[in-house]
Design a protein around this ligand. Sequence first.
Ligand SMILES: NC(=O)c1ccc[n+]([C@@H]2O[C@H](COP(=O)([O-])OP(=O)(O)OC[C@H]3O[C@@H](n4cnc5c(N)ncnc54)[C@H](OP(=O)(O)O)[C@@H]3O)[C@@H](O)[C@H]2O)c1
Length: 286
Amino acid sequence: MFISIGENMIVGFIGFGEVSSVLSNILSKNGIRTVTVVKGRSNKTQELAVKSDVQILDSYETLIKGSDIVISANSPANALKVAEKYADLMEDNIYIDLNNISPDTTIKIADLFEKDHPVIEEESKHSIFSNTDEPDLRNPFVDGAIIGKVSSEPSLILFSGSKAEDLAILNNYGLNVIIVSKIPGDVSTLKTLRSLYTKGVSAVLMETFEVAKSLDLESQLFEILSMTEGEDFELKARSRINNSYKNYRRKAEEMDEILNFLINVFPNKNFIMTKASSQKFHLVKK
Ligand SMILES: NC(=O)c1ccc[n+]([C@@H]2O[C@H](COP(=O)([O-])OP(=O)(O)OC[C@H]3O[C@@H](n4cnc5c(N)ncnc54)[C@H](OP(=O)(O)O)[C@@H]3O)[C@@H](O)[C@H]2O)c1
């Protein structure tokens, strides 16, 4: 297949929910042809595709063979299964995974794409496990992450992988992308560490303001913290605190996943802050 990453490129979406429709609409507005498949999907997905400028195809085989860039944006639980189904159909095109998946799952997916693209050296794979910076230069898999909500303007997308640099051109077509490295796994690890930080801050905020509220000092505390943390501190902190109470169950599960990942990679380190943040979210229900 002749690959064209530029104005004549075709971008194919596996899954057409919020992420794909937002990205597809941005690319279409900027002159890029986008395609998807909705056969067998829910009414919501079918309606979203019909309302968008995306071209609807009959099969994933046609989508993969005809797209210069394939984007997998379906669900964390399905990301690996989707990649297993379609990896063998890939030729020289690029496959980006934008699902919220762990670094472990990302590495498993990256490996699937190496099957028909033999590794240059057995050791030269991914940074977290092999500590090498010599990735397989022929692997078409790109590890991607949307930072924040896709609908927030402008949403930032990070990429890492052998072919990630080719994707910098997406900045010319309405997207806001940053190329992190040539190594798949780097972006999902960064996303995990970012999540560890933001959820840790949320846990500290929840506890601090629970105490302040019970002592009737909440507004005074917001006021004095705003003096050093910035004028928008109260707005941001309240939004974080409300969101944390609302989604405590999901956040507790995500912290547990992060903790498992850290322990796997660094079995001798004691992650006391991560454990405490995880407990803070687990305790909300009590
Ligand atoms: N929304 C965000 O701001 C955001 C930010 C960062 C990361 N993400 C990640 O991006 C991914 C997509 O999120 P989203 O918000 O777009 O989700 P969504 O609105 O729920 O859409 C998911 C889409 O994928 C389809 N789908 C599910 N399984 C599929 C499969 N096996 N094959 C083909 N299509 C499949 C769904 O079809 P049905 O309707 O038929 O189920 C739906 O069209 C998720 O992994 C999420 O974690 C989202």
